[in-house]
Design a protein around this ligand. Structure first.
Ligand code: ADP
Ligand code: MG
Ligand code: MG
Length: 887
């Protein structure tokens, strides 16, 4: 016969913490605590299998269930010398939901179940306290009425407030027994009025009503939304816990409370929590009365004049502390516990791993490893890599008041304050004057790079989490709110129009890039603390990790930041970003618009020294660490002059007419530039571009190597290769330049030539391509675009719909599509290694900083991941976790 019901209590239990899937988190931990011999009121857990059965069979129960519940109730009654439904010694119950993962979307707990007009008198006589009995009964009607019968709990609150006003009482605790009795009469009338039926008096009817309500709550709207947000499968189902009541509302020697075994916001190793005397259940969190501190130390700190539990019930407190210590050691993690004291006797009602801030997670993990409670590998696994973001950026003081004027997407974490500017030029100009700015744009484009660099924060009114603004901002570690649709940029009048008024250029706003909020004025900030704990955890992570972590960087500032975050080289240096600065863009435009090779070479000759000095600087910063430089990649039109002024500037430099230039610009127009004349296709049409870049790289390597003494082995990466022949063509040119530079300088140097794998064809033909390529770098942004046939810049609108409709779980531009794109990466890895056993393999798309994608890279056996500077610590930690979990 299937076992549907598991018992716990009296120092034993049929289940344990390991039965979480069957008993839910709450049930499994109640069983575990009971098995440890801790004081837990006896109870039973109806398994999550019953929930599945319930939904598979039109909300009915398996036949054997009722019998198993009755037997267990009898066993419980025996333990506490009471009987469920008994008129003189009634057993009262709590009915509690509890899924595998903690889920606030579900049913509220029903307490004091089993009370009716008869049993309430027995409870009063038994406790010798009428007031307590009627208080419990009215609580039960109120809870059962709203949670199970579905009445609006406001109705009950109104009646209670009305009674209190009529009787002249301020607090619930002021009501006398007969006054509670009067209220109960009114509550029952309320139920009858609203439902046309009497409040159920039969305890069994009450119990099955409550059990049905728990199972039904699994499919309520709140729970469904919560599951969607947290990726919890509907198939898991919830368990139901039915437990003997203990009473925290039995006078001044009784109490109820909650505690964390360490401080969940700072991680400090100190018991942290609150309690209320003469109270039940949710009174502590409901804010009816101000709760009291548990410890004397906390009371002194908070300046409270109400005694601590330590002072009020010293013996109970001591027992509680020792139980907390025991639980923490047993689970080897910080616990979040709930307890009740009934006439001086302590009862444990719940324990679970406590939620905590990133800061606390770090401190707790490091200290527990130091205490020898967990290993350093385990400590590394205890911190959520993505949460490190919270530690690397300034954040808004959580206690500060915020005047939020609009919300958008939390595109890049951290907070920033500055004056509103609407153009990149303005941003750069104001920053030169020593001011701080927030760059506000409808959308950003590559030409905004300088403004974005100068700005403290970036705000766009259009675009998603993978828009240009979002991706670049995350890369730079600049806070960004994107797609704030409630705002309108009025460029002409230099105004930002909000629902509540208009802001002008120069007005100060604050962005919370972690919350996606736009805030008026300044707000108090907390600065990041890369203190001891952070450094130590990262050291342990570095020991545990197999894959290297590089960074995507081209500016010296980014490269330096990345090194300070522990990057072990550059995995992607996008040379095109180097061409937007100052006079360079003019030379670049000359090069593009020249219609002869001679003209192009003349312009390239101007660019060569600039490129060379860029590379020297990068090589110096990376001091011998590997640096992968990608040849010019984007479609040329991105560099073209647009305004008349820009055209005039270039035409003057080139000494050709503006009209002729305009013709050239038009001729370069493409319908689908991302699938157009870009990547290695440029190097094939205009080999002189690749040759100039190769020369700049080699000359820089000689120069930097000579200076720093560290050997520089540049890795030259050819983008957007689909055919081996493409790579061969470009490689020949690079090799020829290398020979030239060697003989000119009388020196010999090593270098690698490899390719991005970012087209499905390249992945499929990787075996052949590896005959020429000495390394592969998976460009998973483009590989995702080309595998799906989806443009990243246009995807935001429909990918969101796809997620809502359950077609895809996660945005494939944020987290690698393992089943599809991942399969191509695996294929290329296997075939690439098949041809060239020591081929270097890395990933340089946005995915290189995404923990789930990093796990995939570890499993696939890549040599390194490369990500934007501020994600380097996240990648180090995620790579370490991937290594640890693999073994
Ligand atoms: P949640 O999942 O919302 O925390 P719980 O099932 O833990 O809900 O119940 C909330 C509160 O109800 C508990 O913290 C406790 O104070 C009270 N409670 C639950 N079961 C009992 C019980 N058997 N005796 C006394 N109080 C209880
Ligand atoms: Mg609880
Ligand atoms: Mg690409």
């Amino acid at each position: 016969m299937t076992k549907w019901v598991y018992r716990f209590g009296d120092g034993s239990a049929e289940g344990s913490a390991g039965d979480r899937n069957l008993l839910g988190g709450k049930g499994a931990n109640l069983a575990e605590m009971s098995g440890l011999g801790l004081p837990v009121p006896p109870g039973l857990t109806i398994t999550t299998d019953v929930c599945k059965w319930f939904y598979d069979h039109e909300k009915t129960y398996p036949d054997a269930l009722k019998r198993q519940v009755d037997d267990a109730l009898e066993w419980i009654g025996g333990l506490v010398s009471r009987g469920f439904g008994s008129a003189d010694k009634p057993l009262l119950l709590s009915v509690r939901s509890g899924a595998r993962a903690s889920m606030p979307g579900m049913m509220d707990t029903v307490l004091n179940l089993g009370l009716n007009d008869e049993t309430v008198n027995a409870l009063a006589a038994d406790a010798g306290d009428e007031r307590f009995a009627y208080d419990s009964y009215r609580r039960f009607i109120q809870m059962y009425g709203s949670v199970v019968l579905g009445l609006d709990h406001e109705h009950f609150e109104e009646v209670l407030d009305d009674e209190k006003a009529r009787l002249g009482h301020e607090f619930d605790t002021d009501l006398t027994a007969s006054e509670w009795q009067g209220l109960i009469t009114r509550y029952k009338a309320l139920v009858k009025d609203e439902l046309g039926e009497d409040f159920p008096q039969d305890p069994h009817e009450q119990l099955w009503g409550a059990i049905g309500a728990v199972f039904s709550s699994w499919m309520n709207a709140r729970a469904i939304t919560y599951r969607q947000l947290h990726n919890i499968p509907a198939a898991w189902g919830t368990a139901v816990n039915v437990q003997a009541m203990v009473f925290g509302n039995l006078g001044e020697t009784s109490a109820t409370g909650v505690a964390f075994t360490r401080n969940p916001s700072t991680g400090e190793k100190r018991l942290y929590g609150e309690f209320l005397v003469n109270a039940q259940g949710e009174d502590v969190v409901a804010g009816i009365r101000t709760p009291q501190d548990l410890t004397e130390a906390a009371r002194i700190e908070s300046g409270s004049d109400k005694p601590s539990l330590e002072k009020l019930m010293p013996e109970t407190f001591r027992e509680f502390v020792s139980i907390c210590d025991r639980l923490e050691a047993h689970y080897s993690d910080m616990q979040d516990v709930e307890f009740t004291v009934e006439r001086g006797k302590l009862w444990m009602l719940q324990t679970r791993s406590g939620k905590r801030t990133a800061k606390a997670a770090l401190k707790i993990a490091v200290e527990m490893a130091d205490e020898g409670v967990i290993s350093s590998d385990e400590a590394v696994c205890r911190v959520e890599p993505g949460s490190l973001d919270q530690l690397l950026h300034p954040t808004i003081d959580p206690t500060a008041r915020r005047d939020v004027i609009a919300s958008g997407l939390p595109a890049s974490p951290g907070a920033a304050t500055g004056e509103i500017v609407f153009t990149s030029e303005e941003a750069v100009a104001r920053v030169k004057e020593g001011r701080k700015v927030i760059l506000v744009r409808v959308e950003t484009s590559p030409e905004d790079i300088h403004g974005m660099h100068a700005a403290e924060g970036i705000l766009t009114t259009r675009g998603g989490m993978t828009s240009h603004a979002a991706v670049v901002a995350r890369g730079m570690g600049t806070p960004c709110v994107s797609g704030a649709g409630g705002l309108r940029v009025d460029l002409k009048n230099e105004q930002l129009i909000t629902v509540s008024g208009t802001l002008k250029k120069g007005d100060v706003i604050t962005l919370d890039g972690s919350a996606g909020q736009v805030i008026r004025g300044t707000v108090t900030m907390l600065q990041p603390e890369l203190s001891g704990d952070f450094g130590r955890l990262m050291e342990w992570a570095d020991v545990a990790r197999r894959m290297k972590v590089r960074t995507n960087a081209e500016t010296p500032a980014d490269a330096k930041a990345a090194r300070s975050f522990g990057a072990e080289g550059i995995g992607l240096c996008r040379t095109e970003h180097m061409f937007f600065e100052g006079k360079r863009i003019v030379a670049m435009r000359e090069m593009i618009l020249a219609d002869t090779e001679k003209g192009r070479r003349a312009a390239l000759a101007k660019l060569l020294p600039m490129q060379r000095s860029d590379f020297v600087e990068l090589f110096d910063i990376m001091a011998g660490l590997p640096v992968t430089i990608r040849l010019l990649d984007p479609p040329l039109h991105e560099f073209l002059p647009k305004t008349d002024e820009e055209i005039d500037e270039v035409s003057a430099a080139m000494e050709v007419s503006a009209d002729l230039l305009r013709e050239r610009v038009d001729a370069l127009h493409e319908f689908n530039p991302m699938l157009g004349h870009r990547g290695c296709r440029l190097a094939i049409s205009y080999p002189e571009i690749a040759e100039m870049q190769a020369r700049a790289i080699f000359e820089a390597a000689i120069q930097a190597g000579g200076k720093a003494g560290a050997l520089v082995v540049p890795e030259i990466m050819v983008p957007l290769v689909g055919l081996k022949e493409e790579l061969d063509f470009v490689k020949q040119r690079i090799d020829a330049v290398a020979r030239e530079v060697m003989s000119e300088n009388g020196s010999d140097f090593a270098y690698l030539v490899g390719t991005m794998i970012e087209l499905p064809r390249a992945a499929i033909r990787a075996g052949a391509i590896a005959e020429s390529a000495e390394f592969f770098s998976f460009g998973t942004n483009d590989l995702t675009q080309t595998t799906f046939g989806i443009s990243r810049d246009d995807a935001a609108s429909f990918l969101q719909v796809y997620q809502q409709k359950g077609i895809i779980e996660r945005d494939p531009f944020v987290s690698l599509d393992i089943d599809g794109v991942g399969e191509l990466v695996k294929l290329a890895t296997t075939n690439g290694r098949g041809t060239r056993a020591d081929i270097k393999l890395g990933i340089c798309g946005e995915h290189g900083g995404d923990p789930a994608s990093i796990h995939f890279c570890e499993a696939t056996g890549l040599d390194y991941v490369s990500c934007s500077p501020f994600r380097v610590p996240i990648a180090r930690l995620a790579a370490a976790q991937a290594s640890i979990r693999k073994t």
